[in-house]
Design a protein around this ligand. Sequence first.
Ligand code: NI
Length: 136
Amino acid sequence: MSLTVYRKAHFNAAHRLYRKDWSDEENYAFFGKCSNPNYHGHNYELEVGVTGEIDKNTGFVIDMNLLRDLIKEEVEDSFDHKNLNIEVPDFKELNPTMENIAMVIWNRLRRRIDEKYGISVKLYETPRNYVIYDGK
Ligand code: NI
């Protein structure tokens, strides 16, 4: 029997969606306002799920304080109030779409959380647009 516990987090970040090999006009035609060469911001909302069995000794799936600290170290400290394209090395050659941001977050957390757990990342870029990545 396994359960999934969730921790919510939040960060503000700026980005620009574009391909370096396209002109500004081509980028605007595909990525719209998100291709603004001067960048723009989003209020990202994050939900991280950790799936596992209840530890008989503690009654926990995972220590939520540990999960909180991992999200702070791997996501908030790196992304909050940053320009993702310029300040976060993961996006030097990777378009910072919500899809790619979710995968980067998942990979960062995967390195820090025991393999016995499943991890899912749900990332809202806007109140209406979000993505879920669970490593599959
Ligand atoms: Ni955008």
